[in-house]
Design a protein around this ligand. Sequence first.
Ligand code: PGA
Length: 251
Amino acid sequence: MRRKLVAANWKMNGDKAANSALLTAFVQGIDTAAVDAVVFPPAVYLDQVASAVAGSGIRYGIQNVHSAEKGAYTGEISLGMVKDFGADYVLVGHSERRELFAESDSVVAGKVQAALAAGVVPMLCVGETLAEREADQTEAVVGRQLQAVLDIVGIDAFATIVIAYEPVWAIGTGKTASPEQAQAVHAFIRGLLAQASESVAGKCQVLYGGSVKASSAQELFQQPDIDGGLVGGASLLADEFVAICQAAKGV
Ligand code: PGA
């Protein structure tokens, strides 16, 4: 039985005071015995998050990483640094990274490979744009994004990798994919993994992301192939995020 995982992607939001209030509410409100919870703050706040969630079972990670170990990469952060702060996860290939920072499938695959080698769990984001969905290209795009990683790390690595399916048209738009639309793509993703290994496909946590709210979470999480959510906007609201974690616990 796969555990549900709910992740907070704060993106480039927050400050020390706001983070502190949110983290206090998360620690009080989230039952980590029943659901995996992960917070992705802006990197400069990793240490604050580490202290605030210590002993709570809430885990944390970074929103982006460089695949090299160290060196002359001004402005970048390595996996070793992330681990130095006790982080367990790294988001890789978020659509904002792919679109705004021109991350290609092969750059994304390289980051997944580096994270695995460092013992940090990559949360690999995939998803189609509205134009791609309207052109009936959803499976082709998601399949291509996954295959690029499969080709580099192999199927067994997917027992460790977390996948987040995030249709780009649903991110930050208030337009959630319907539970049926999301489930269809999740089933496609799991089927693609199953072609290589049924057992790995059965283990891999596949999250949905894109305007998840407390009001939509439960129906999404009830779908057989949806193992939780990657939450942006609603993760900046303590009551909303705690309620989303409750919804994951309840199904
Ligand atoms: P959203 O963001 O919940 O604000 O749509 C999700 C994400 O980008 O991970």
